[in-house]
Design a binder for this molecule. Structure first.
Ligand code: GTP
Ligand code: MG
Length: 202
């Protein structure tokens, strides 16, 4: 797929602010600071379209990006940011749940985990949650530049075991620094959209 156009069409904290539910959507989920916004920028090849930050908790809203007028990538706020106050993290749960519960166009979630660490309890909870909604199946291991080739297999193993991935689940290493892996993810997104367009929706 060649991305000709990518634009931020809505920034939402509540349903009334969502764009119309009339297009396939792929959501990016993951711990705060794992690299969701960076990966999105690399995918669309527009530096700075999504705001990136060294300090966690940068994205606090649900950001809808429309790609080629054909589908959307939805950049969700990260979870597990310890410094968030209780009321903010409660609000986060409601915001995410409100989105997952109501979106007919939501085709799949891409869950990002840091390649260097075993997925956290929150990551595991999130993956099980996605499974419940049948949105599981694509995991991206971010910051692949931080591990050596020889460490890669062990890191993969830890991620697979901790999240309890099955053979058909995709685990894709990416590095926004080295600009690698994003094409594999795009190919996965492409085939999802292809399959989705063949589903006749009620
Ligand atoms: P929130 O918006 O807080 O949920 O974070 P996020 O998941 O959107 O993370 P973001 O893209 O803002 O990146 C967080 C930090 O990780 C930034 O300092 C990025 O430069 C860095 N980062 C992201 N991807 C990579 C990568 O592939 N390699 C390395 N080395 N650093 C990365
Ligand atoms: Mg972000």
């Amino acid at each position: 797929m060649i991305i000709k156009k990518a634009e931020l069409i809505a920034v939402a904290v509540k349903k009334e602010q969502y764009p119309p539910d009339n297009m396939p959507e792929i959501a990016f989920v993951g711990r705060s600071n794992v690299g969701k916004s960076s990966l999105f920028n690399l995918l669309v090849n527009i530096r700075g379209l999504a705001r990136v930050s060294g300090s966690p908790g940068k994205t606090r809203t649900i950001n809808f990006y429309e790609i080629n007028g054909r589908f959307r990538i939805v950049d969700l706020p990260g979870y597990g940011y310890a410094k968030l106050s209780r009321s903010v993290s409660d609000g986060w749960g409601k915001m995410i749940e409100g989105y997952f519960n109501s979106r007919k166009g939501l085709v799949k979630a891409v869950q990002l985990v840091d390649i260097r660490h075993a997925p956290s309890d929150m990551d595991v909870l999130m993956y099980d949650y996605l499974r419940h909604f049948k949105l599981d199946g694509i995991v991206v291991a971010t910051k692949a530049d931080k591990v050596s080739r020889s460490e890669l297999a062990k890191c993969f193993d830890t991620i697979k075991k901790t999240l309890n991935l099955t053979g058909s689940d995709a685990l894709i290493p990416v590095s926004t620094l080295k600009k690698t892996g994003h094409e594999d993810l795009m190919a996965a997104v492409d085939s999802l959209l292809e399959a989705d367009s063949q589903v006749i929706k009620e």
